[in-house]
Design a protein around this ligand. Structure first.
Ligand SMILES: Cc1cc2nc3c(=O)[nH]c(=O)nc-3n(C[C@H](O)[C@H](O)[C@H](O)COP(=O)(O)O)c2cc1C
Length: 313
């Protein structure tokens, strides 16, 4: 069994990875996607998205972080992958799932799911470009507007040399709307030789068990569930671990606030705090209340004051 912390642009950054991997239950993280549109990006860009490259490619808790690339041009993405490999990345993941329009206009992310041969060419080019010891993996959705090509896409990715395939069990058109279609994961797992990582809508240990039973997978990735319930991976790893109580969550928010001091711009820091408090509201009633109180605040220190006040309330 393995558990990966999902890549989440604007959410799962170096600070969130630090906090969640210290809690435990994760075997791997994947960076936010780095968009490769028309140039070979300098090392500074990769260090920005994955500062862990400066510490052996691992979080402080020792969990490896793979770097995710997104682009549609095999030669260019392969050249960028070479840079990432030279910086000591422990693995490279390729994004075939991002639904954002700005990306798809440039024909990357989920729009590539309409062309299995293009997925193949991108994975094959990256596999060929980076040293054999660096694993190349991919993450896809079940399709773009429908699910007709999901097996072709999965085969194309495997045949091109990917070591692993994560499947977010929805189409691009289905966005982030529940449910995730875990039942499509079993046929992919049965058709491929490489591990298939199940992803989508695991919010609780019960969801995990249901996803495992329906998909038959032994490898999983959780995203929003890990943000909304920071002990989720630990609860899954050791099924009698109790869920964190609200005071422990407040401690995590304090620590996160300390870490994001390194981030430019109070508005950005305020945004990050609000985002986390809002998602925590899915699991913790006091967080929904707290969010109502802080939603209009723009000063991160006022937000953290409200967090402290909610501890004594
Ligand atoms: C805010 C946000 C940002 C995301 N950014 C990425 C990304 O950079 N790369 C990627 O492959 N998937 C990204 N995803 C998709 C997640 O990795 C994951 O596949 C999806 O959220 C479903 O899993 P979950 O239900 O456990 O959250 C993002 C999702 C969200 C909600």
């Amino acid at each position: 069994m393995s558990m990966t912390l999902a890549p989440m642009e604007g959410v799962v950054d170096v600070y969130m990875r630090d906090i969640l991997t210290r809690i435990g239950g994760f075997d791997l993280c994947v960076s936010e996607f780095v968009r490769v549109s028309n140039s070979v990006l300098p090392a500074s860009v990769y260090y920005k998205y994955c500062p862990e490259l400066k510490t052996g490619g691992r979080t402080a808790a020792g969990v490896p972080v793979h770097v995710q690339l997104m682009g549609g041009e095999p030669g260019l993405i392969a050249e960028n992958a070479t840079v990432v490999a030279s910086l000591g990345a422990l693995g490279i993941d390729l994004n075939f799932g991002c639904p954002a329009k700005t990306v798809n206009r440039r024909d990357a992310g989920a729009s590539l799911l309409q062309y299995p041969e293009r997925l193949h060419d991108i994975v094959a080019a990256v596999r060929k470009a980076v040293p054999a010891h660096i694993p190349v993996s991919a993450k896809m959705r079940l399709g773009y507007s429908d699910k007709t090509l999901y097996l072709e896409n999965a085969h194309a990715i495997e045949d091109a040399g990917a070591v692993k395939l994560t499947v977010h069990a929805r189409t691009k058109l289905e966005g982030y709307r529940a449910p995730a279609h875990w039942e499509f994961l079993a046929p992919i797992r049965e058709a491929l030789r490489i591990p298939v990582v199940a992803n989508g809508e695991i919010w609780t240990p019960e969801d995990f068990v249901a996803c495992r039973d329906v998909s038959g997978c032994t490898d999983f990735m959780i995203g929003r569930g890990a943000i909304a319930r920071p002990s989720l991976a630990l609860e899954i790893a050791a099924l009698n671990t109790p869920q964190f109580q609200w005071p422990e969550i407040l401690g995590l928010l304090e620590r996160y606030n300390d870490l994001i001091q390194a981030m430019d711009g109070p508005l950005r820091r305020a945004g990050r705090l609000k985002q986390w408090i809002k998602l925590l509201g899915r699991t913790y009633e006091p967080s929904s209340e707290l969010f109502m109180n802080i939603r209009r605040l723009q000063d991160p220190s006022e937000i953290i004051d409200a967090v402290r006040a909610s501890a004594v309330a």
